[in-house]
Design a protein around this ligand. Sequence first.
Ligand code: GRF
Length: 220
Amino acid sequence: MRIVALVSGRGSNLQAILDAVADGAVPAELAAVVSNVPGAYALERAARSGVPTAVLRHRNFPDRAAYDAALAELIDGYRPDLVVLAGFMRLLTPAFVARYHGRLVNIHPSLLPAFPGLHTHRRALEQGVKLHGATVHFVSEDVDAGPIIIQAAVPVLDDDTPESLAERVLAQEHRIYPQALAWIGQGLVRLEGTRVRFARPLEADCALIWPPSTIAAPVR
Ligand code: GRF
């Protein structure tokens, strides 16, 4: 599976993917890392792993459609099976999303469909949710929406700040993004309308309840 990753910033998720590819956990090859921001630290991480990099600045284009068309042309030159958004901080046009239907994935720092958009950790604290988390999903036209592949939930603690919560979520992002890519690479992920299903049953008998429940589970 050939992957092209799109980035804009520090690239910690990219690093988790690079590491998982290097140790064989994700059966894939990073064909290229493309950034819209010159000097993004993610580019350095890619170069360090010997992955080709490219920069396509959005400033040089008259509008979103022109940028996305050029971006698609650049991406297609690397013949990817999968396009991976790893902290790519741009909205994508419907034409771009349609072109990569079923081949475009994203990670978002919330339990979607809660908190699409920016400042998810601050908003989670404001809303008082007890569980927060991260989601890997196929990209559809709406922002931070599309069939969900995997989610990780973390507890929200009384003394959390947006920063401490972000850190707890990020640690899980670094686990679930490589996991999602591994499943896709293994051919286990099936897209069925708005849902993702797996080619074999994945079962675990567990639940995350926060605060921890003290009432014993009913006997079955
Ligand atoms: C992550 O929180 C990711 O979920 C969001 O943007 C952030 C990117 O961080 N889409 P990094 O560049 O992967 O470190």
